[in-house]
Design a protein around this ligand. Structure first.
Ligand SMILES: Nc1ncnc2c1ncn2[C@@H]1O[C@H](COP(=O)(O)OP(=O)(O)OP(=O)(O)O)[C@@H](O)[C@H]1O
Length: 258
C-alpha cells in the first residue's frame, strides 16, 4: 500500500534523511524508533509532504505522492494523531466541531454528519454528551480519544502517530493502546508510530524501522529485531532499554493477548 523508495532529504547542506526504504501493507503496524534527533519526525513530515524530498519517492497504492518533482501536502486516506491532544484541539471549538472538521471534504448531509460523529465517539468509547464540551472540559485521556475519533471518522487507510501515548499516565496509555489495537483490527487499518517506548513497539508493531542520524540502521520484523538486532546500534539501544527497565523481559503469547 505505502512504498517509500530511496527517500533522502537535505537541508542547509545537511543530510537529514538518507536512502530510506520501507513498505507498509494493509493491516500492518510499523514503529519508527531511534534516539532523539535521529530523524523520526522529519521522516513523518516528509511522508506527509510537509518537507520536500531531495531524492526518492513516496507511493500510495502505486501512485507517486512525494518526489523531488512533486510535493503533495497530505496523502489521501491518511490521518495524523499527535503527542499532545489538548494542543491538537482548538480550545474555542466544541468537540463536535473538531471531529466534523475531518469530514469537511465529504458530501454528508447534516444528519449523516451528526450520525458519523456520534458513531466515532462510540468507537473510541466516549459518551455522546462529550460532543458539546470544550477541550478544557475533558481529561487528557478523553482528549486523546477525541483526536483518535477525529482521525478515524474520515475512514482512513493509514494512521500516523507521533508519540500518541507519551503525555498520558500508564493506565490511560494501556487503555488507549488497547483501543488502537481494536480499531486497527476492526477497520483493517495500517499504523505508523513514532515511539521511544520499546515495550510498546515490541507489543504492537509488526515491523521496526530503526533510525540513526537520518539513516536506517535496521528494518526488521518485530520478533527478529527483539530476538537480537543485527546492528551494533540496535543492540546498544535494547541493552539500554533493559537496564533502564523500559523494556519488559519477554513477550509471550499470553502477555500479547492481555
Ligand atoms: N527544518 C529543518 N531545518 C534544518 N534542520 C532540521 C529541520 N527539521 C529538523 N531538523 C534537524 O533534523 C534532525 C532530526 O530531527 P527530528 O525532529 O526529525 O528528530 P527526532 O528523531 O524526531 O527527535 P525526537 O525524538 O527528539 O523528537 C535534528 O538534528 C534537527 O535539528
Amino acid at each position: 500500500m505505502l512504498e517509500v523508495n530511496n527517500l533522502s532529504l537535505q537541508m542547509q547542506n545537511q543530510n537529514l534523511l538518507e536512502d530510506i526504504n520501507f513498505t507498509l501493507n494493509r493491516g500492518e503496524t510499523l514503529c519508527i524508533i531511534g534516539e532523539s534527533g535521529s530523524g523520526k519526525t522529519t521522516l513523518l513530515r516528509s511522508l506527509l509532504g510537509l518537507m520536500p524530498l531531495s531524492l526518492g519517492s513516496v507511493r500510495l497504492n502505486g501512485q507517486v505522492y512525494q518526489s523531488p518533482e512533486k510535493t503533495q501536502t497530505g496523502l489521501p486516506s491518511t490521518q495524523m494523531v499527535m503527542q499532545d491532544p489538548i494542543a491538537a484541539l482548538n480550545p474555542r471549538q466544541k468537540i463536535k466541531l473538531s471531529i466534523a472538521e475531518s469530514l469537511y471534504r465529504s458530501s454528508l448531509k447534516a444528519s449523516e454528519l451528526d450520525q458519523a460523529i456520534k458513531q466515532a465517539l462510540k468507537d473510541v468509547e466516549l459518551p455522546e454528551e462529550i460532543e458539546n464540551r470544550y477541550p478544557s472540559q475533558i481529561s487528557l485521556g478523553q482528549a486523546q480519544r477525541v483526536c483518535i475519533a477525529r482521525a478515524i471518522v474520515a475512514k482512513p487507510d493509514i494512521l500516523f502517530f507521533d508519540e500518541p501515548l507519551s503525555a498520558l499516565d500508564a493506565i490511560i496509555q494501556k487503555q488507549i493502546a488497547h483501543l488502537l489495537d481494536r480499531l486497527k483490527k476492526q477497520n483493517e487499518l495500517s499504523y505508523i508510530f513514532i515511539t521511544h517506548d520499546l515495550g510498546f513497539a515490541r507489543h504492537y508493531a509488526d515491523k521496526i524501522l530503526l533510525l540513526n542520524h537520518g539513516k536506517v540502521e535496521e528494518y526488521q520484523d518485530v520478533s527478529l529485531f527483539f530476538k537480537g538486532p543485527e546492528s551494533a546500534y540496535g543492540q546498544e539501544l535494547l541493552k539500554a532499554a533493559y537496564i533502564l527497565g523500559s523494556l519488559p523481559q519477554k513477550k509471550t503469547k499470553e502477555n500479547r493477548a492481555a
